[in-house]
Design a protein around this ligand. Sequence first.
Ligand code: SAM
Length: 249
Amino acid sequence: MITLDTALFKDELFKVFEINGLSSLIDDERAEKLALLTEIMLEENQKYNLTAIKETDKIILLHYADSLMTASLFGENSSVIDVGCGAGFPSVPLAICRPDLKITAMDSTAKKVNYVDMVSNELSLNITAVCARAEDAAKVGSKDSFREKFDIATARAVADLSVLSELCLPLVKVGGSFAVMKGKNGKEELTHAKKGISILGGRIEAEKEFLLTDTKGETYERVSAVIRKEKETSALYPRSYSQITKKPL
Ligand code: SAM
């Protein structure tokens, strides 16, 4: 069993959250949960690949703080879908630090979904873990369709924004939003995806460039954006995954 030095972990966590303007999202109870999450993730990572990042300080910055950089955009009690959640990013840190949210964590890989479900049970989180492909779950007439069911869709490190918009926007209610989390190419991706976003019923409402910063002053470029869903998405979308990737809108 992997056991962390919890006091050291929490010290680093509080510092990183403060540097990155996330202090309002953290308290002692949430920090305890993030420490436990770290132990579980590193333990399970010995059995199968959940994260390439194994150093605790990097996990705090590049998984936890990074997952929470758009959290302030989410209205109280919103329903949120995390498309391609993998090992639970951003869904698990969001569920820990924003317990008011009703989160659905979706991934096409059963192993990852089972892991997120286990973590959610261990930490008593408000997450429903679902094994599905986003483009299937959002199709008109699909069984148990998630089409236009969520206040917010989000995703991290899943696909280029042109592709990701067609996976995410059909899941969002009219009036809701797609919270975009991107690295340093985010601005370019937003420019390229603009036409497709409009076809899918969305409009880029806000975008922001910022630096994720560690305790030694090292920085990582990030771009976040809010894409507002203004109109219903045409029943033509989402297309099949091969069409989406071969001919992005
Ligand atoms: N979001 C996590 C993170 O930031 O660590 C995982 C990122 S991982 C690189 C991409 C994940 O997206 C994989 O777990 C993959 O199975 C999932 N994925 C890719 N395309 C998908 C789709 N169309 N529907 C659902 N999940 C998908």
